[in-house]
Design a protein around this ligand. Sequence first.
Ligand code: SAH
Length: 206
Amino acid sequence: LKAGDDLLVFNGVDGEWRVSVAEVLKKGVILRAEEQVRPQHHGPDLDLIVAVVKKARVETIVEKAAELGAKRIRLTITQRTNADRIRLDRLDAIAEEAAEQTGRLDVPTVDDPVKLDTILDGWDASRRLMFCDETGGAPVASAVIEPGSWAILIGPEGGFSPEERERLRALPFTTAVSLGPRILRADTAAIAAMTLWQAAVGDWER
Ligand code: SAH
């Protein structure tokens, strides 16, 4: 791009703007705001909580979560997590690029891995938790019916331990769901779960 060229920008707060390149500097550019093209829009209040799995799969999950409308991606460490090294800057870049390609006007945040127990200890009970339990649960379409703030929880390749499952199921904000009779890889499970959630209480009717 050179001085005078137009482009569209967003910052997650002020909507989408058509801007023009005013000046090209060595380490950046100065843009001139021309007009607002779209007002800020906020998607559904959906967090995806996912156990750390292999790097390539975490990257897929972050990209797909951004495309499918998640607002926040929280990485977690469970009892059976074999933590791979996480590069948050890379995940942020993936989330940003995926958000840009969808036309959404915000970028999902990606949080550093935190222990599952810590996440549950600090839970805001006004947010419901769709716990994807590979040992079985209710069908999403009949169990997830209340719109509002939700989180989806996906376990590691090793699955959840019996204690984790027991704790999760006893929490008042949890709905344990099944993703069908086949065990899915964590990345497939995350995509399937977000799709079902979107169809049930998300913004796909728009
Ligand atoms: N090793 C485990 C599978 C873990 S799959 C086993 O063999 O049982 C990784 C995660 O994906 C699970 O913890 C769960 O959150 C989700 N998942 C995969 N298949 C699922 C299913 N059929 N129903 C619900 N959740 C599922």
